[in-house]
Design a binder for this molecule. Structure first.
Ligand code: PBG
Length: 326
């Protein structure tokens, strides 16, 4: 039926009608908040490229986690900044490493909070790469063992979910096997399955002090111009290797990938709304060029519509507050 019989504007006449017709709902239960924990005491270092984001020492982090819990946010993902780095990233898998200590304390105080840990070596290596270096590149197979060790120590400390972000081939299988060998059958693996070598990670590398000291991550992270099929294949392999949840990262330039992964697999898709995406919005909002709240809520709705089951975002605490206002 064409105009004038059909008038789609009838559906939008009143706020009540519009609300009734909404299909995409963003909830606080969709949110995962990334947090940075650094060795030391009483530290609260602002990350200059990410307004509102700080590196906290564990004592201060616990106060912040309490605020996050009180806002109803169900999960955090933790990144650690160790006291010292070396060529093999030993801080990543040390029993008393920064993440291992933090998870233990956080779970003691907030047992119901879902604690996710990023499993990677780049914050712990002096060269800033995500694995062991051989012939000027990251060596895949020798890195797997260290990632598996890292994941097991995180899970032993009480992490509910481990999230490998290194993009080595075969790491999900290696981690699942190591977890099972340690009888950690219930620890979930949330794999960064389709992770691109993105320029949107710049501010994160300030926050985590993890910029590569030579070269880039293009031999392990995906080419931003690669096609959907490569993302599907990466995701398929991770699911076959035992991933419980799969991540697409970054989010905004890759909504087609989120949608494709959502349509293709039964496994829930998590989108990572990364640091650069956060910082762009903060910068424009600070200049008064956009309305931060409405822009962020619109983007979250877009990510949900694309098929995201959960969204990792630095905006999580603000979103939790905004959702209470509307
Ligand atoms: C570690 C890791 C990175 C991010 C998450 N885990 C950085 C990278 O791959 O260089 C980026 C997160 C963000 O930009 O918010 N490998």
């Amino acid at each position: 039926m064409l105009f004038p019989v059909t008038r789609l504007r009838r559906l939008r006449r009143t706020p009540a009608l519009r609300n009734m017709l909404q299909e995409v709902k963003v909830s606080v239960n969709d949110l995962i908040y990334p947090m940075f924990v650094i060795e030391g005491e009483n530290v609260k270092n602002p990350v200059s490229s990410m307004p509102g984001v700080y590196q906290y020492s564990l004592d201060n982090l616990l106060f912040e986690v309490e605020k996050v819990v009180n806002k109803g946010i169900p999960a955090i993902i933790l990144f650690g900044i160790p006291g010292c780095k070396d060529s093999v990233g030993s801080g990543a898998y040390a029993q008393d490493g920064i993440i291992q200590k933090s998870v233990l304390e956080i779970k003691k105080s907030f047992p119901r909070l879902v604690v996710i840990t990023d499993v990677c070596l780049c914050e712990y290596t002096d060269h800033g790469h995500c694995g062991l270096i051989k012939d000027n590149d990251v060596d895949n197979d020798s890195t797997l063992e260290l990632l598996a060790k890292t994941a097991v120590t995180h899970a032993q400390a009480g992490a509910d979910i481990v999230a490998p972000s290194d993009m080595m081939d075969g790491r999900v299988a290696a981690i699942r096997k190591a977890l099972d060998n340690a009888h950690l059958y219930d620890t979930l693996i949330m794999s960064y399955s389709a992770k691109y070598a993105s320029s949107f990670y710049g501010p994160f590398r300030d926050a985590a002090g993890s910029a590569p000291q030579f070269g880039d991550r293009k031999t392990y992270q995906m080419d931003p111009c690669s096609g959907v099929k490569q993302a599907i294949l990466e995701t398929k392999l991770d699911i076959e290797e035992g991933a419980d949840l799969v991540i697409v990262k970054p989010a905004l330039a890759y909504m087609d990938i989120i949608k494709a992964v959502h349509d293709q697999f039964l496994c829930p898709v998590v989108s990572y709304n990364v640091s650069g995406e956060y910082s762009m919005i903060k910068a424009a909002a600070e200049k008064g060029w956009i309305n931060e709240k409405s822009v962020v809520l619109e983007l979250m709705a877009g990510l949900k519509r694309a098929g995201s089951q959960m969204i990792i975002t630095y905006h999580a605490p603000q979103i939790a507050d905004w959702l209470k206002e509307v």
